[in-house]
Design a protein around this ligand. Structure first.
Ligand SMILES: [Zn+2]
Length: 176
């Protein structure tokens, strides 16, 4: 398990967890760490402001349109193919596949479940860097932005659902 502390302090271009990156200089946050300043993982979780670091929402949740639900069921982050996408909080990987059970329109995607039971979808990816069953810390790289599934251009579609995780009716504005 590696952590990317530069991410914590806003060096977003460095990304997190990529195999080409050197080991972080700082001590990883272990579940039982009791170092001065407390657990770094908590700080990292608070610092994750976007699932696609460096990019903002370009098409928001709830926008009316030609989607099957009649509105946009997630937040889109327009970003180039290859942009890193990261876990916005500690989570367990439910699915990582092309496609997932959430539908072929989402292309290559990952569904993760946070401790609060919410599930988050990272859709249209060009690459997946996680596997089902894996436990992720906040900031962990999940994959890369792409154009798989129904898209008109590269972007991350980031969707949140609450139990029982149905399309449309269980979708909420993503928060964490
Ligand atoms: Zn979308």
């Amino acid at each position: 398990m590696t952590f990317c502390l530069p991410l914590l302090f806003g060096a977003l271009q460095l990304g997190c967890g990529g195999p080409e990156l050197p080991e972080a200089e700082s001590t990883p946050c272990l579940a039982d760490s009791e170092g001065e300043g407390g657990c770094q993982e908590e700080l990292l979780a608070q610092a994750v402001s976007s699932p696609a670091p460096g990019y903002r929402i370009t098409t928001p949740f709830g926008k009316p349109g030609s989607w099957a639900a009649g509105y946009h069921t997630g937040d889109d982050y327009a970003s180039p193919t290859g942009t890193k996408v990261i876990a916005i909080t500690g989570a367990r990987v439910i699915e990582a596949a092309y496609p997932t059970s959430w539908g072929a329109a989402y292309g290559r995607a990952a569904v993760i479940e946070a401790a609060n039971g919410r599930r988050y979808l990272y859709a249209h990816l060009s690459r997946l860097d996680v596997s089902a069953g894996q436990t992720l810390s906040a900031g962990r790289q999940i994959g890369l932005v792409g154009t798989t599934g129904n898209v008109t251009g590269p972007h991350l579609h980031f969707e949140m659902r609450v139990s029982p995780y149905r399309y449309g009716t269980d979708s909420r504005k993503p928060t964490w």
